[in-house]
Design a binder for this molecule. Structure first.
Ligand SMILES: [Zn+2]
Ligand SMILES: [Zn+2]
Length: 750
């Protein structure tokens, strides 16, 4: 490119800085290592001359001490994480961090001819060992899925995965009493397999509450249980959802005989539209309500036509390769929940799914101890069981008590009532509907998920809704306050939910006023407390009376507490227990419950995502050292593209310390600096420090530029130069201010 008049540079600079967002999308990711090591300038102390180049790399293959480093053209992986136990959970949370993405583009972002040929360094210098996201269980395999992730700089750990040989036997899912479902016609890959061993492969839900997915593999047959998603944590800036890592399954998709779903919560079905196409659309089995919800998601993604959805009832069973799959009903916070029984050549494995014991539930049959006991009577080798409430003593409260308490509130309230709950709590919604009918209130729905879920549940017969009871929210003001009951979304403080909009007076139809009562019939999910509190504050400020579960018993968990979990163990009588659906400490608490229920400690396996357990034909269950890929796969945006972890790191750096752009004007032919670098920053330092810091950045940048050119007099590798500049400036800023902004050096050849 050319910048015709260097005298106009300041104006141009301002304009150019407006385009940084666009540049971020178009840059190539470069290695920190120049092709030729720049030799240090003689005036510089030796240990500070090439720290970037000498820094031990996390990738031993690429950065051997024996061999001079070569420029690879790829961004290097961040520092290898230690083997410390994973301590973070990824609970559901609001989408309050998504605001930035939806901001309209600023004017002038569409074109920037002045910088089209500029070269720039994007990203954090290698010198900062920030590894803010999960980077465990890395695989050295290079399936197409992983290749995408390897660009995410998330691949650290070599996988011990042994290749498995595949002998293609019968590419058909056989069924008993059901139509034969053809499995995807994929060309077999040459995998080896261990004979007579059932492999249990947790791919999600073992280090968090969310993104549940598990694979069971016997020789050349795989069945999958659940395919969920997870909502991002606060540090995942701009991310919409987190998915389980399906790399292992993608590489073996021709072996997959079916996906069996336990129930219709998003942490169990939300990953289907993202992952199912990558697996070649294997058949998906679920109960009617579960599949009703799955259908809705697949339709939104345009995948319904290709998907093979097979509805089952709890009494059905299927043959899927080496697996005989049957089910048992469980009570949970959504109807139609089941546990899954896998009868295999290595014995019976039971996966409970999410459950609690409720003998007076709403909208679903009560827990049936006899059925469960029968499952256990046939001999269970391993029980894989829900750990969400393993730290909570006692039994969970029955839904009947909640229904009674809610009805009492509806009866005693004189003004408008606004009730929020989880939109999948169909039974509770039915109770509220029944009470509204009884107490002469009309129901108004607001919030997409509650409207959708009620529509699906009504269509499938899970909710009874008398005609005329639900009224259009736009007619709200035509009714007396005493006859109004608004059912809404937003129990977790989600930023765009109907309740949050009411709290901030942004809701078009519902304007909160004195005399309104807002009932939060839900408990905060860990991580959502601040958002919920903000909503409550807003509602309170507008004059509403707030009733939460703390005030009255108006919510109960869908997950069994300690006594429920022990009861399940007693009914199933397993030889081995594998706690799932929970973070490490929850699963460890579940282990204690297992011990109290007469399971020897050695027979309780605490697995992590990606850690493979094996059941031998002898009935022995062992936790192996094998780890399959189990990274966090993050998606965002309307195209649901996967988000590379280095992008998140950059976002985090900018959020914490701002950004510094350093422009180097160089002569195109000689590659010499034409002037001192220009510096512009955002969110970095206060005005009174700015001049001093800017001067230092200019000096450091210029010095580094000259040094690099001296060390590479014949050929300049621009990418390596940019990395060197960024790292040198980065270190200078740390020395001066102990701050690490995102440093973006940009070369402009004139
Ligand atoms: Zn659930
Ligand atoms: Zn769940």
């Amino acid at each position: 490119m050319t910048v015709s008049n260097p005298g106009d540079r300041d104006d141009e600079l301002i304009e150019k800085l407006e385009h940084i967002d666009k540049w971020l999308n178009s840059i190539s990711h470069v290695s920190e290592l120049p092709q030729t090591k720049p030799k240090p300038a003689s005036a510089q102390p030796p240990q500070k001359q090439q720290p970037i180049l000498q820094k031990p790399s996390p990738s031993p293959q690429r950065f051997s001490s024996q061999k001079p480093p070569q420029y690879t053209g790829q961004r290097p992986a961040p520092q290898k994480p230690t083997n410390q136990p994973h301590q973070r959970s990824f609970p559901q949370r609001s989408n309050r961090h998504r605001g930035n993405r939806s901001n309209p583009p600023r004017p002038g972002l569409q074109s920037c001819p002045a910088i089209q040929n500029s070269t720039q360094f994007h990203g954090r210098p290698q010198s900062k060992p920030v590894v803010p996201f999960k980077q465990k269980h890395q695989s050295a395999q290079t399936g197409p899925y992983l290749q995408k992730q390897s660009n995410n700089s998330m691949n650290f750990r070599k996988n011990n995965q042994k290749n498995r040989r595949f002998s293609h036997r019968n590419n058909v899912v056989q069924t008993y009493g059901k139509p034969v479902q053809p499995a995807p016609s994929q060309k077999p890959k040459p995998f080896t397999f261990t004979k007579d061993v059932l492999r249990i492969i947790p791919l999600g839900g073992f280090e968090e509450i969310g993104k549940n997915m598990m694979a069971f593999e016997y020789e050349h047959d795989i069945v999958i249980v659940d395919m969920g998603l997870q909502f991002p944590t606060e540090d995942m800036l701009g991310v919409d959802y987190v998915l389980p890592d399906a790399t292992y399954l993608i590489e073996r998709k021709h072996l997959i005989r079916g996906v069996f779903l336990t129930h219709g919560h998003l942490d169990h079905i939300g990953g289907i539209p993202y992952i199912l196409p990558k697996l070649g659309f294997p058949p998906v089995y679920g109960t009617p309500l579960t599949l009703g919800l799955v259908k809705k998601h697949l339709t939104e993604f345009g995948f319904l036509k290709q998907s093979k959805l097979i509805t089952f009832k709890p009494e059905d069973h299927f043959r899927a390769g080496a697996f005989d799959v049957s089910f048992f009903p469980v009570t949970h916070s959504i109807p139609d929940s089941v546990g899954i029984v896998l009868d295999t050549p290595c014995g019976r494995v039971v996966h409970t799914g999410d459950f609690k014991f409720d003998f007076t539930p709403s909208g679903q049959p009560p827990s049936n101890l006899q059925t469960l006991s029968k499952v256990g009577d046939k001999g269970v080798v391993a029980l894989i069981s829900d750990s969400t409430n393993a730290l909570e003593p006692g039994f969970t409260t029955t839904e009947k008590v909640i229904a009674e308490n809610l009805e009492k509130i509806i009866e005693e309230t004189t003004g408008r009532l606004i009730i929020t709950s989880f939109s999948s709590l169909i039974g509770r919604l039915q109770n509220i509907i029944d009470s509204a009918l009884k107490l002469n209130r009309k129901i108004f729905l607001t919030g997409r998920s509650i409207e959708n879920n009620i529509a699906i549940a009504k269509q499938l017969g899970y909710i009874k809704l008398p005609d005329g009871l639900v009224q259009d929210i736009r007619k709200l003001n035509k009714y007396d306050d005493a006859h109004v009951l608004i059912l809404t979304t937003g129990s977790q403080g989600e930023d765009m939910s109907a309740l949050a909009r009411m709290a901030s007076n942004r809701h078009v139809q519902v304007k909160i006023k004195k005399g309104d009562t807002v009932v939060l019939s839900a408990s905060p999910i860990i991580g959502n407390e601040t958002a919920i509190f903000k909503v409550i504050n807003g509602l309170c400020r507008l004059g509403a009376k707030i009733i939460t579960n703390k005030d009255l018993g108006i919510h109960t968990s869908g997950h069994g507490k300690q006594e429920d979990l022990k009861l399940m163990i007693r009914l199933m009588k397993p030889r081995y227990l594998i706690p799932e659906h929970g973070d490490f400490y929850m699963r460890t608490a579940h282990k204690e419950l297992g011990k109290q229920s007469s399971i020897p400690e050695s027979n309780i396996l605490i697995l992590d995502n990606g850690v493979v357990a094996e059941i031998r034909k002898t009935g022995e269950v062992v936790k192996t050292k094998e780890k399959v890929p189990a990274n966090y796969v993050m998606v965002e945006g309307p195209d649901r593209s996967e988000v590379a972890s280095h992008i998140l790191m950059d976002r985090q750096l900018m959020a914490e310390n701002g950004a510094v752009v350093v422009l180097f004007y160089v002569q195109a032919k000689t590659f010499r600096l034409r002037a001192k670098p220009l510096v512009e920053s955002r969110g970095f330092v206060f005005f009174d420090l700015k001049n001093k810091v800017t001067d230092e950045i200019k000096k450091t940048g210029e010095r580094a530029f000259v040094q690099f050119l001296k060390a590479n007099p014949h050929k300049v590798n621009k990418d390596a130069l940019l990395v060197y500049l960024a790292q040198t400036i980065d270190r200078a800023l740390v020395r001066m201010l102990n701050k690490k902004p995102l440093v973006l050096p940009i070369l402009i050849e004139v």
